[in-house]
Design a protein around this ligand. Structure first.
Ligand SMILES: Nc1nc2c(c(=O)[nH]1)N[C@H]1C(S)=C(S)[C@@H](COP(=O)(O)OP(=O)(O)OC[C@H]3O[C@@H](n4cnc5c(=O)[nH]c(N)nc54)[C@H](O)[C@@H]3O)O[C@H]1N2
Ligand SMILES: Nc1nc2c(c(=O)[nH]1)N[C@H]1C(S)=C(S)[C@@H](COP(=O)(O)OP(=O)(O)OC[C@H]3O[C@@H](n4cnc5c(=O)[nH]c(N)nc54)[C@H](O)[C@@H]3O)O[C@H]1N2
Ligand SMILES: [Mo]
Length: 682
């Protein structure tokens, strides 16, 4: 038996350091490696299920070709790669390289992910995507306000005396943050949650505010109104470091307690209580999740939220801050997010067309000159995960040729002509960062890829040689197949950072060079004015928005066509569409359920376990109802990530729509009706 140090590369805050035990070519145990100060305990349920996931009999181990009858049959790598190279050559000649779409998403972190784009550039260009499904409205709001996306180290939360979890549910999505919250609570810190659902994270909170979805901007402005009125602000901090406070103060006049209470459906008393805590208890950390930044008004919402730690002077101090995204470990990126998500400039030297991640389906179908003919998908499952699933399916079906690189037969892989088997996290070495803690980590290869699995970098290398691309051109861009090639590639990327040698990383996590454990401690803000910008000309210039973070009702509730907010949060049982096919996970999460409150259920004659139809004008889902007293009236919930075959693919109901800034996806701006299915319909 051998033990290795590695790290989990899933798209998750925690990005845990792990220790794995290996016997022969089998992973036998996955444990936490407590050297990472942010992830001292764990692993989560998914971490425990890796033992099953890697060796699952459902894993795709060979290239598969769709036959004329629609079934998949095993083909050799030579057949698969020859066919792809033939298509690529033909399409480039007839329509140009941009007739091929390269789609990649959040399946795994790593420096080697860049190899894909390197290949497609060498191919001569491609159609790519801009924006992101996850968090860019909040990233852009933070960049506009504070100048940079960074926050205090996760363990610093213990120093907070007031913790506000706003639209974040770490008990399910960032379990180690709950450890810091526990330690803070033991020494007397106060905990408040703002979420339309009474989440697992709210169990220990002294106060839960349940705003109507999408109205958090108004709530934040109402809180700021009370803070200013009561003099609970840090005037000295504001005078030195804040731009636009007097105009912000004027804006607040409109957000009186009674108006805000009416908009948000939060009792005035609760708003006053939270304002008083924010005004009197210091230091305060506002831990903002991603929930409220996936609406059509989200960027402005997030700007209004950031104003709360700003006007109370809770920036640049231990235990304080705006805890949203910590990109301090993104040292390898030349431009830090969110700018990285913006559409590439016309003249960036690469013949590239870029379409919106949020409007993937409609934009794929709308593309002309050249029209899309082929798609290559890796590290993503866009059919259930991108908005407007039916249009994504239609767009994929309208192509001539589809390649999906996958570990499992997902909804997207099922649409492919060729499915290529993908590596797991244990089968190729890579270097990964994180977006919550500041560590850089080595994700080690600890077993050989099973069956005929090849890492993407090998697949690209072999395709490149089939396309006649000179090996000279691949240097530093696509590693030679095999471990030595990968090592060379990684050493090259690490060269500018002597503290990040592969040897050092093999011992455990290393804090990124230049990490500030207390972010913005120097009170330098890289905004145009050098100050924190509550008034942002860039917000107006770039996004056509009010330079102040004024509140606007989200599109769908403005329309008022359907009565129920359709919420699709994450769950402890999955990372988005991954893990749910495993036996361990199925024991916790067998089938999708429509969670609905008692009042909304009674009104519709729905009982617990009844089959219901959830619908709007974009689609419908059929599933069992689960009566749930933790929900705000008017809200129903299906966790996202179910596959179409499970009957719970939430994006069948969402609209392909962008957020007001940052090119995010406004999935959550989604309203539905629910009816009980008539007996006999099932
Ligand atoms: N176990 C697990 N962990 C994960 C993931 C996972 O899928 N599973 N995914 C990872 C990824 S990629 C992400 S992006 C993060 C997400 O991490 P979180 O942001 O913590 O999770 P979400 O479920 O997206 O949203 C958080 C909360 O926002 C609430 N919410 C929705 N709309 C509103 C609103 O209008 N106002 C307010 N105040 N709250 C609202 C939801 O009820 C939910 O409880 O988690 C990461 N960690
Ligand atoms: N309605 C609704 N929709 C949402 C959300 C929501 O809250 N509500 N959340 C959104 C968010 S925050 C996110 S981040 C996205 C996530 O959506 P995606 O980025 O599409 O992520 P996953 O669903 O995790 O799918 C990743 C796929 O990558 C595969 N994979 C894993 N490792 C590798 C690898 O090394 N190589 C290859 N080739 N494949 C690999 C996995 O098997 C999996 O099928 O979903 C978004 N969709
Ligand atoms: Mo995400």
């Amino acid at each position: 038996m051998a033990t290795y140090v590695t790290a989990c590369p899933r798209n998750c805050y925690s990005t845990c350091s792990l220790k794995v035990e290996v016997e022969g070519q089998r992973i036998t145990k996955v444990e936490i490696l407590p050297l990472n100060k942010a992830t001292p305990a764990g692993p989560c349920l998914k971490g425990l299920s890796y033992v099953e996931r890697v060796h699952s009999e459902e894993r795709i181990l060979h290239p598969l070709r769709r036959r004329a009858d629609g079934c998949f049959a095993r083909v050799s790598w030579d057949e698969a790669l020859d066919e792809i190279a033939g298509k690529l050559t033909d399409l480039r000649e007839r329509f140009g390289p941009q007739s091929v779409m390269y789609y990649q998403a959040s399946g795994t972190k790593g420096l080697l992910n860049a190899v894909g784009a390197n290949f497609w550039r060498l191919y001569g260009g491609y159609t790519g995507t801009y924006g992101d499904l996850c968090w860019p409205a909040g990233l852009e709001a933070t960049r506009l306000t504070l100048g940079d996306n960074k926050h205090n180290a996760p363990w610093d939360l213990e120093n907070a005396r007031l913790i506000v979890l706003w639209g974040k549910n770490p008990a399910e999505t960032n379990i180690q943050q709950m450890l810091a919250i526990d330690r803070a609570s033991e020494s007397g810190a106060r905990l408040v949650v703002v979420d339309p659902r009474r989440t697992l994270s709210a169990e220990r909170a002294e106060l839960l505010l349940q705003p109507r979805p999408g109205t958090d901007g108004a709530l934040a402005l109402g809180l700021a109104h009370v803070l200013v009125e009561q003099g609970w602000i840090d005037e000295d901090f504001i005078a030195r470091h804040v731009k636009g406070f007097s105009r912000f103060e004027e804006l607040l006049l409109d957000y009186t307690l009674d108006r805000v209470s009416a908009i948000t459906d939060v009792p005035q008393k609760a708003i006053l209580r939270l304002a008083e805590l924010m005004g009197r208890v210091k230091p305060m950390s506002v831990c903002a999740g991603f929930g409220m930044q996936r609406y059509t008004n989200s960027g402005q919402t997030m700007r209004a939220l950031i104003a709360l730690p700003v006007i109370t002077g809770n920036i640049g101090k231990p235990g304080a801050g705006w805890i949203y995204a910590n990109l301090q470990s993104a040292v390898f990126d030349l431009v830090k997010d969110p700018v990285a998500f913006f559409p590439p400039k016309e003249n960036d030297g690469i013949a590239r067309i870029s379409i919106s991640m949020a409007r993937l389906g409609p934009d794929m179908m709308a593309q002309q000159e050249p029209p899309l003919k082929m798609a290559w998908v890796e590290r993503g499952n866009p059919i259930p995960q991108n908005p407007e699933t039916h249009s994504v399916i239609q767009a994929f079906r309208s192509l001539d040729f589809r390649v999906v690189v996958e570990q499992f037969m997902t909804d997207t892989a099922r649409e492919a002509d060729l499915v290529l088997p993908a590596k797991s996290m244990f089968e190729q070495t890579d270097v990964i960062g994180a977006y919550w803690h500041p560590y850089i980590q080595l994700k080690q290869k600890v077993i050989r890829p099973p069956g005929e699995v090849k890492p993407e970098s090998d697949i690209y290398y072999e395709l490149a040689s089939r396309l006649g691309i000179e090996p000279e051109l691949l240097k530093g861009k696509i590693p030679e197949p095999g471990d030595a090639g990968v090592e060379l590639y990684l050493r090259d990327k690490l060269r500018p950072f002597p503290e990040l040698s592969l040897e050092r990383l093999a011992e455990g996590p290393v804090m990124a060079p230049g990490t500030e454990e207390v972010a913005f401690e120097s009170l330098v803000f890289p905004t145009p004015s050098g100050k924190i910008e509550l008034f942002s000309e860039e917000a107006a210039g770039r996004w056509g928005l009010d330079p102040l973070p004024s509140f606007r009702e989200p599109d769908e509730s403005l329309l008022g066509r359907y009565p129920l907010y359709f919420m699709t949060p994450n769950t402890k049982d999955r990372i988005h569409s991954q893990f749910n096919n495993l036996r361990l996970i199925r024991q916790f999460s067998r089938e999708p359920r429509l969670h609905i409150g008692a009042e909304d259920a009674l009104k519709r004659g729905i009982g617990d376990g009844d089959f219901v139809l959830v619908f709007n004008d974009r689609g419908e889902l059929e599933m069992k109802a689960c009566l749930d007293l933790s929900l705000k009236r008017g809200c129903v919930v299906v966790t996202n990530g179910w596959w179409i075959g499970d009957g719970g693919a939430a994006n069948l109901l969402s609209a392909a729509r962008e957020t007001d800034m940052g090119y995010g996806a406004a999935f959550h701006d989604n309203m539905v009706e629910v009816v009980k299915m008539k007996e006999g319909l099932r």
